[in-house]
Design a protein around this ligand. Structure first.
Ligand SMILES: Cc1ncc(COP(=O)(O)O)c(C=O)c1O
Length: 365
């Protein structure tokens, strides 16, 4: 163990604590339905695989900044899919999946001891991890009044949210931008689930209705893992404030944080095509309807969950008891306490199983 092991300053890896429930769910005679992690199960679209294969013979180093075609495809996709305009392709930077970009963001932006990072009250764990890796203080706050006179360096937001599926409206996002501008904070908006909305419209932080076309101090992080089933490829990007993106690029060039060339080609194809994305969204929509109906019939209350890849459920009991109840039925879900101290009475149910497994889960409920 190194003298100052970094891992000692980080939370326990939460999934390890699910081993018992997983073993129980696996012992179900008809097999486990794993709705815990939220990993894609549907195959990668042929046009993306072909793009990857088409350059698999190329031996040279890829660029950290990414091929111009990839950056242009990202700009076009953001405009076409989400109405985000005014991005120069130079302000797009590929990520080796967005988890690493989020985890390293405070460090790459030069934050350190004493700096404050604000994260959502119920949050994807990597925001806190990223802040802790940089030695920053962490404050969980959804409302800006909670911040009082604090002057955060960086604010992570996530709409649609993992795990709650909550969408922040345009007014809320505008307030975040105004607040950040007034205190010179950077806003990093994790937009992993922007393409998966069911009952609410979700807007990017770079949407002109939110930021009036001014991207200063704003970064949007986009993953292709869920919308294009590319979790295995590790594919995402960040864009927004050109000065911040240039700084991230400079540091990442030195640190060797480079997206492999064949993955860049795959991303370019994925960002250029909306059909596979629409098909995938429709698959999730159907699975969501089946699960939503089943959990409601089983007596659960579904909170938020208007977008994203998860249902956020409660039966007003300790979340670990609910996890056990599902495990008895061969279904594995994630306890709310993974996502913050304020969510001990919810569980998160992912929509990411095959149609056959989703039907099995519904019939067991
Ligand atoms: C909110 C959120 N952000 C980022 C990620 C990271 O995705 P990836 O590293 O696959 O791009 C996830 C993955 O589940 C997520 O839920």
């Amino acid at each position: 163990m190194p003298r100052n092991a970094v891992s000692r300053g980080l939370p326990d890896f939460p999934w390890d604590s699910l081993a018992g429930a997983k073993a129980k769910a696996q012992s179900h005679p008809d097999g486990i339905v794993n709705l815990s992690v939220g990993t894609p199960v549907d195959p990668v679209a042929p046009l993306i695989r072909d793009a990857l294969a088409s350059v698999s013979q190329v031996p040279g180093y890829p660029t950290t900044h990414g091929e111009p075609a990839l950056r242009e495809a990202a700009v076009a996709a953001l405009a076409r899919r989400y109405g985000v305009t005014g991005i120069d392709p130079v302000a797009v930077l590929p990520a080796i999946g967005t988890k690493e970009m989020i985890a390293w963001m405070p460090t790459l932006l030069g934050l350190g001891a004493g700096d404050l990072v604000v994260i959502p009250e119920v949050a994807y764990p990597t925001y806190e991890v990223g802040a802790l890796m940089a030695g920053c203080r962490v404050l969980r706050a959804d409302g800006l009044t909670r911040l009082g006179p604090e002057r955060p360096e960086l604010i992570f937001i996530n709409s649609p949210s993992n795990p709650t599926g909550k969408v922040l409206g345009i007014d809320h996002l505008r307030k975040v931008v105004d607040f950040a501008r007034s205190r010179n904070a950077i806003v990093v908006s994790d937009e992993c689930y922007l393409g998966l909305t069911w009952e609410a419209e979700a807007a990017s932080i770079l949407d002109p209705r939110v930021c009036d076309g001014d991207h200063t101090n704003l970064l949007a992080v986009h993953s292709l893992s869920k919308t294009s089933n590319l979790a295995s490829y590790r594919a995402g990007f960040v864009t927004g404030d050109p000065a911040l993106v240039a700084e991230l690029l400079e540091v990442r060039k030195h640190a060797g944080m480079i997206v492999p060339y064949p993955v860049q080609a795959a991303m370019t194809a994925a960002l250029g095509d909306d059909d596979h994305e629409n098909e995938q969204r429709e698959r999730y929509r159907k699975r969501r309807e089946i699960l939503l109906d089943a959990v409601r019939r089983a007596g659960f209350t579904v909170d938020n969950s208007e977008a994203g890849l998860y249902l956020w459920l409660t039966r007003e009991e300790a979340c670990r008891d609910t996890v056990d109840w599902f495990a008895d039925r061969g279904i594995l879900v994630a306890p709310g306490d993974f996502y913050g101290p304020g969510s001990r009475r919810h569980v998160r149910m992912a929509l990411t199983e095959t149609d056959e497994r989703i039907a099995a889960a519904a019939s067991r409920l």
